[in-house]
Each structure stands twice: as structure tokens, then as C-alpha cells.
Design a protein around this ligand. Structure first.
Ligand SMILES: NC(=O)c1ccc[n+]([C@@H]2O[C@H](COP(=O)([O-])OP(=O)(O)OC[C@H]3O[C@@H](n4cnc5c(N)ncnc54)[C@H](OP(=O)(O)O)[C@@H]3O)[C@@H](O)[C@H]2O)c1
Length: 230
């Protein structure tokens, strides 16, 4: 049985990715920063016959990531898949030139450093072959025009895209594919009710990258199972 770890999996896309991987026979470690919603998510997945194990981890805190990796190591398992999904989009993220520094600091820490710190901490437990999937956004694109929304969030996803490329290069010798994905505009708490895509559709490409996509695909940015410009 293959094992996957998904960050921020208590709700939204992370939960749905865990569900879809679970239904494909993966054992899923679902991580999140609060115990209760995580336990509830694990129990909902178990009701669908999915082996879901909660793992407490705040991706913005190195001590929490270290402790989660220590807890995971006790199981003597290897991960075939790591999905860096957890992220924030702060309500008052509106103008880089005017907003309090804390908006950018919190956003970059969670959305940029978080996936890097988690990838580093779990690297010793990644199998050969393995896959790392980064949940990015078209907002991080350097080729699309600037949209004028949530600029700190968009900068954090540009950073994440760059981290994806660098890690893909560094980890190619270990047979670890590292890719970024834009899920589209998805109806979750973050995407809002007006978003165009249901959560199942948003999870489709991340799940494909975690399972059926050729292992040789690495260092790329995907939307709807097709490589797109960075
Ligand atoms: N929805 C969209 O339209 C859209 C579009 C493009 C990209 N994305 C990306 O897709 C991913 C999932 O988005 P979503 O729409 O599912 O968002 P969401 O509904 O807001 O869910 C975010 C998840 O991340 C978790 N999280 C936030 N900060 C965390 C931290 N410090 N440590 C651990 N977990 C943390 C949340 O946990 P709590 O419950 O504890 O807050 C929650 O489980 C994100 O990377 C997002 O940027 C989404």
C-alpha cells in the first residue's frame, strides 16, 4: 500500500485530495494545525473505508514540523507522496505598498517557507520513487498579467513556484518528482461560493500528479493535467 501525506487536509482541497487518494487505495496521513477538526476529518474518511491517520502539524512553525516528522518516523513507513497543500489568503491582503509587514510575513511563512520546511523535514522518509506536489496558484504566475488581488498571496505562490523548480533540480538524483499545480478557482472557504469549480475538479490534477502522471515529469507547473508557463 502506498502512503501519502497531505498538509492542511482537515477541509477544502486538502481533504478532497486525501479522499481521492484514499479511494485509490493510498493510506493517507492527513495533517493540520488543530486536533479536533483533524480527528473529525479522519473519522469522515474512515467512514468511506479510507485508512486516514491524523498528524498534528502547523506548517508555519518549524518546531511543529519537526515534531510531526518525529511522530511519523516512529511508524517505520516511507512516503510515496507528499502534498504541500496548506496555505492562507488573508482578508486584509490588499496592497503591498501599504499593508502592515505582518501580512506579507505570515503569508510568505505559511505558503512559501512552510512547503520548503515540510519537504526538508520529510525528505528522509520519502521513498524511491516519490512525488512532491505543491498547491500553487495562477496568481503566482510571472507570465500572466498582475490581477490586482491579494498581492502577498500571489508573491508567496511565485516563491513556491521557484522553490518547486529548485527542489525538482536538486532531487532528480533521488527519483523524487517535484511539481506545482494551479487547481483553478475552486469552491472552498478560500475560493468562496462564487468560484467556478467544484472541489472534486480542483483536486483532479493534484491527484493525477500524485499517482498516474509519468514519474519523469518534474520541475513543471500544471493546470488541468497540462504543463503551463511559469
Ligand atoms: N480555492 C481556490 O480557488 C484555490 C485556487 C488556487 C490555489 N489554491 C490553493 O489550494 C490549496 C488549498 O486551498 P483551499 O481552497 O482548500 O483553502 P482552504 O479552504 O482555506 O483550506 C486551507 C487549509 O490549509 C490549512 N492551513 C492553513 N494554515 C495552516 C498552517 N499554518 N498549518 C497547517 N495547516 C494550515 C487550513 O487549516 P485550518 O482549518 O486550521 O485553517 C485548511 O485545512 C492552497 O494552497 C491554496 O492556495 C486554492
Amino acid at each position: 500500500m502506498q502512503t501519502a501525506l497531505i498538509t492542511g487536509a482537515n477541509r477544502g482541497l486538502g481533504f478532497e485530495i486525501a479522499r481521492q487518494l484514499g479511494l485509490r487505495g493510498f493510506q493517507v496521513f492527513i495533517s493540520g494545525r488543530s486536533a479536533e477538526p483533524l480527528e473529525q476529518a479522519a473519522s469522515r474518511l474512515s467512514q468511506e473505508g479510507i485508512q486516514a491517520i491524523p498528524l498534528l502539524m502547523d506548517v508555519s512553525r518549524k518546531d511543529s514540523i519537526r515534531e510531526a516528522a518525529r511522530q511519523f518516523s516512529r511508524r517505520g513507513l516511507l512516503l510515496g507522496v507528499l502534498i504541500n497543500n496548506a496555505a492562507i489568503l488573508l482578508k486584509n491582503d490588499s496592497r503591498l505598498s501599504l499593508d502592515a509587514d505582518e501580512i506579507m510575513e505570515q503569508t510568505i511563512t505559511t505558503n512559501g517557507y512552510g512547503p520548503l520546511w515540510v519537504s526538508k523535514a520529510f525528505l528522509p522518509y520519502l521513498d524511491n520513487p516519490a512525488r512532491i506536489v505543491m498547491l500553487s496558484s495562477g496568481g503566482g504566475s510571472m507570465t500572466d498579467p498582475v490581477g490586482g488581488w491579494s498581492p502577498a498571496y500571489c508573491v508567496s505562490k511565485t516563491l513556491l513556484n521557484s522553490i518547486t523548480r529548485q527542489l525538482a533540480y536538486e532531487l532528480r538524483g533521488r527519483n523524487i518528482a517535484v511539481n506545482a499545480v494551479c487547481p483553478g478557482w475552486v469552491r472552498t472557504d478560500m475560493g468562496g461560493r462564487g468560484a467556478t469549480r467544484p472541489v472534486a475538479k480542483g483536486a483532479e490534477t493534484p491527484v493525477w500528479l500524485a499517482s498516474e502522471a509519468p514519474q519523469s515529469l518534474s520541475g513543471k507547473f500544471f493546470r488541468d493535467k497540462k504543463a503551463i508557463e511559469w
